[in-house]
Design a protein around this ligand. Sequence first.
Ligand code: PMP
Ligand code: GLN
Length: 378
Amino acid sequence: LASKLPTVGTTIFTVMSKLATETGAINLSQGFPGFDCSPELVSLVEKYLRGGFNQYAPMTGVPALREAIAQKTADQYGVNYHPETEITITSGATEAIFATVTAVVRPGDEVLVFEPAYDSYVPAIDLNGGVPVYVTLTPPDYSIDWQVVRDKITDKTRLIMVNTPHNPTGHVWTTDDLAQLANLVRDRNIWIVSDEVYEHILFDGRVHNSLMMHPELRERTFVIGSFGKTFHITGWKIGYCLAPKELSVEFRKIHQYLTFSTVTPIQYALADYLKEPDHYRQLPAFYQRKRDLFLAGLQGSRFTWKPAEGSFFQTVSYTDITDEPDYDLAIRLTKEIGVASIPVSVFYNQKNDYKILRFCFAKDDAILAEAAERLRNL
Ligand code: PMP
Ligand code: GLN
């Protein structure tokens, strides 16, 4: 079979998690919580499983969940989305990203991608015949040079992929970034994907500047969320897409033939669980403590870093330790000291040697302390 994705191998998340399991290493590579979700949420799912909510959900999602998301979005960002026509429940953010790209991109369309980029974006663009155009962000700031973005926009640009808080760097967009983007897309036929799966995980008093909060951006943006990160349920694969009515119509045409609908009892459970804002409002403090614990453990090591602004990932530079490429070092550290990480170069299209590793700190305190101790002694 002639491959439609000839340059794609197995994702780095699978590669590193498998190696961590085989070697018994502490797994700070693939991003998932090392602790369980709340028993209350499990009980709610059980209630609906036992209550006979086990057949197809409506294609667009269970109404109660769409209404709960509309309420949460209004409370949190002061922005209204109509649950009937502008909110669609998906099987994870991954499905929502793929559906959006498929709905928008035609062969030859250019799609602006900020790299390092989450690894599902570019294959979705490729499979739809789009042409990724990269804006490269560099350590330690990963901030956006808007003049560079301006220079990359052409008449063929159809879509821009945004991710804030950012995986893998933890970088967070400011209101100025929103204004800059709005200036660039004004009067152009350009749409935006805003991957906001870490919307509730920001540190040091930062607030999440959702693209929906800028009225001009709201009109052309597919805002994508996931409950995986917010409620420690990455294995449940449930997310959503918020988009103006005419964009949601096109999004739903793809969604209905990708998966049709998303797991029913979990949707009912989340609709109930979302009604209590404390379930997500405590996340910044919860994860900031973990970030700080991990970084305190790295004090005195030869790694250097800027504390992550958001997400549950911390990137560190190892230029003072070794010349090895990051992929080789990630493999070696897993095997030799038993700490698995993600080499950040895999999130770039351009070959590069920035010497950055990403560590996931969504783990129990004792695990983080042990991993940091092993890294400190390098
Ligand atoms: N986008 C980003 C930036 C992510 O980090 C992830 C997963 N960790 C996803 C999308 C996919 O989310 P989901 O598991 O809900 O498909
Ligand atoms: N988003 C997670 C990460 O960045 C992994 C998701 C996956 O394994 N595909 O580590």
